[in-house]
Ligand binder design. Structure first.
Ligand SMILES: [Zn+2]
Length: 229
């Protein structure tokens, strides 16, 4: 029997050994609840994540990490120059959909060369994407940002999707660049969002309830009803 979540996240179906968690289910280390990862600390757990990403980069495959439950703070910078990511030639797409970032999630200045998905991801603590470069489509649909999210200076070169993304604390998009379409629809900015000096190369769609936020005054910003988008 594979991990109890392998039916949903097939990539883990061959991961061994399995861990019997306090809820009675058997999980792979990636999907085991926080604090029940066979004694692995956050650093050791992150090392496993980095190994998977490095392997995918070497094999030009997608790094599928969907549903991963992080043990603590996660900083992409810690991947280091030896194991990657090769910031000059990064090339694998990364799937963090349904992931739970239990600690701070630090993706500052990371260059995502290929598609990256944070669909339905839950950021329990701070999410730092400042200065990150998204060379391909970035998906944050249905993501939940429980604490501050920092996208200052982020560069979205392709479409950016924030459909039904919920920002429960301050969202900072100052000086971000959206070269293609960006969609902030159906979600919510609960305590304010700042888009001062953000640049829009194409259409930016904000649902009407977002009307109160500072979108930087660009003529490309449109307020749309949800049904339009
Ligand atoms: Zn699993």
């Amino acid at each position: 029997m594979p991990c109890v979540l392998a039916y949903k996240h097939e990539w883990c179906s061959k991961v061994k050994p399995l861990i019997k968690a306090s809820d009675g289910n058997r999980y792979c280390v990636y999907h085991a609840p926080r604090g029940e990862k066979d004694g692995l600390g956050a650093e050791e757990f992150n090392a496993r994540i980095f190994t998977r990403i490095s392997y995918s980069m070497q094999n030009e495959a997608e790094a599928n990490l969907s549903g991963t439950i992080f043990e603590g703070d996660f900083s992409f910078k810690d991947l280091g120059p030896e194991s990657g990511p090769d910031t000059e030639h990064p090339h694998c797409s990364i799937d963090f959909s349904d992931a739970t970032f239990t600690g701070n999630a630090d993706f500052a200045s990371v260059q995502f060369a290929s598609k990256v998905s944070f669909k339905r991801a839950i950021f329990c603590k701070r999410a730092d994407f400042s200065g990150a470069i998204f060379n391909d489509t970035a998906r944050f649909d249905y993501a939940i940002f429980n604490e501050e999210s920092d996208f200052t200076g982020a560069f979205f070169k392709e479409q950016a999707h924030f459909f039904d993304a919920n920002f429960l604390a301050k969202a900072d998009f100052r000086t971000a660049t959206f070269s293609k379409e960006v969609y902030f629809t159906l979600g919510a900015f609960k305590t304010g969002a700042v888009f001062t000096d953000a640049k829009y190369g194409a259409r930016a769609v904000f649902k009407r309830p977002y009307a109160g936020i500072d979108k930087g005054g660009s003529k490309n910003v449109h307020l749309s009803d949800p049904e339009e988008t």
